[in-house]
Write a protein that binds this ligand. Structure first.
Ligand code: ADP
Length: 368
């Protein structure tokens, strides 16, 4: 599977028997060359077989599927064109995805290429959640609505949470908090996304490493009237805001070690925003069965988990200090961090977007 980001290409070779997996990251070179470089690393090369003889399919992460792609799809010329045409909605990411697919098609002719979309899981958002209160004609003309992202991860960890809780996903109402460099909250009812914090683009919602998250839309007009160039405003929102904007560090590990007022405020703003979304999504779902933390910060920061959910005891939400503080004993497994018998389970479920993409690819092709 290939995950072509704006500056890196992650890859993973997943055997059909679910055995040993190999993978890595190629950085700093164009995606076409990166795909060729990684194919040269694959085991098939050494055994002298034709490259790709042992590759059954390639799954590609594509960030934006618009309203057209609501599930993984086998790539042909028309699909590739449609993904390219969606680039205005994801100018940093979709072109990278297209480059990855083109390179893999060239290098592995005849091998099925599958596109797996980060937006697809949120295709079930009800209109009340997906619609911005803009005039209808403008929204329709420019494709403005809430699409949502991190769907590959949210789908994967929702299934993991159901396994951990020993209950069918169809019976569960979850809030999934994906807290990595990008961060999002999603309300999942019976395995379907019903509300999510990222919108037209991955800029909206929670505080992120360098992105603003929610902001009064008028901040942009205010800055523009003061003479700041629109491109600078976008750069400010995307790359110089969030945790980085607040304290100069985007890395949560570094922030947690600092004791100065800027770092403390950054952590406060970060956790307050999460708590606000948890309350809102609890209201959206009505009954809440579990809160699921995932990705770098969600999986590894007991401080963020505890601070974000502090004071929610009246809602049946609490974190057990000992369970929360103890590192995962088994290495990388899902676990509960709420007190025994709590009304709302709080769990940590590691995400694995690369394996999820491989799984969705195999499911589409009925390989497994
Ligand atoms: P990406 O969105 O790029 O995949 P990750 O999911 O790897 O990012 O998350 C990166 C974030 O996780 C960084 O802010 C990093 O500081 C944080 N993180 C990783 N390990 C820890 C840890 N042990 N404690 C706190 N934060 C951590």
């Amino acid at each position: 599977m290939l995950n072509a980001g704006s500056s890196t290409l992650k890859y993973r070779l997943v055997p059909g028997d679910g055995g040993i997996v190999e993978g890595g990251v190629v950085e700093g070179i164009p995606h076409g060359a990166a795909v060729e470089q990684l194919l040269a690393r694959l085991p098939g090369k050494e055994t002298g077989k034709e490259i790709g003889a042992e590759i059954g399919a390639v799954g590609h992460r594509v960030v934006h599927g618009g309203t057209r792609f609501q599930a993984p799809v086998l790539v042909d010329d028309a699909v590739l064109k449609a993904i390219r045409d969606l680039s205005p909605l994801a100018p940093l990411h979709n072109p990278a995805g297209v480059a990855g697919i083109e390179a893999a098609r060239r290098a592995l002719p005849g091998v099925p290429q599958v596109a797996v979309f980060d937006t697809a899981f949120h295709a079930t958002l009800p209109p009340a959640a997906a619609t911005y209160a803009l005039d209808r004609a403008t929204s329709q003309r420019y494709g403005i609505r809430r699409y949502g992202f991190h769907g590959i991860s949210v789908r994967w960890v929702s299934a993991g949470a159901a396994r951990l809780l020993g209950r069918p996903l169809a019976d569960l109402n979850l809030i999934v908090l994906h807290l990595g460099n990008g961060a999002s909250a999603t309300a999942v009812a019976g395995g379907r996304s019903v509300e999510t914090s990222m919108g037209l683009t991955p800029l909206e919602g929670l505080v992120m490493g360098t992105r603003t998250g929610d902001l009064d839309p008028a901040v942009a007009f205010h800055l523009a009237r003061a003479g700041v160039d629109p491109a600078d405003i976008e750069d400010l929102y995307q790359h110089r805001a969030g945790l980085f904007g607040l304290c100069g560090d985007s890395d949560m590990r570094a922030i947690q070690q600092r004791t100065d007022p800027d770092a403390r405020l950054a952590l406060d703003v970060y956790c307050h925003r999460i708590r606000k979304y948890v309350g809102a999504y609890h209201a959206v779902l009505g009954r809440l069965d579990a809160i699921v933390f995932t990705a770098g910060i969600g999986e590894h920061s007991p401080v963020v988990r505890a601070r974000s959910l502090a004071g929610l005891d009246p809602h049946g939400i609490a974190v057990d200090p000992a369970r929360n503080a103890s590192a995962d004993p088994a290495g990388n497994t899902a676990r509960l961090v709420s007190p025994h018998g709590a009304r709302v389970a709080v769990c940590v479920v590691p995400t694995d977007e690369e394996r999820a993409i491989a799984q969705e690819t195999a499911d589409l092709l009925e390989l497994s």
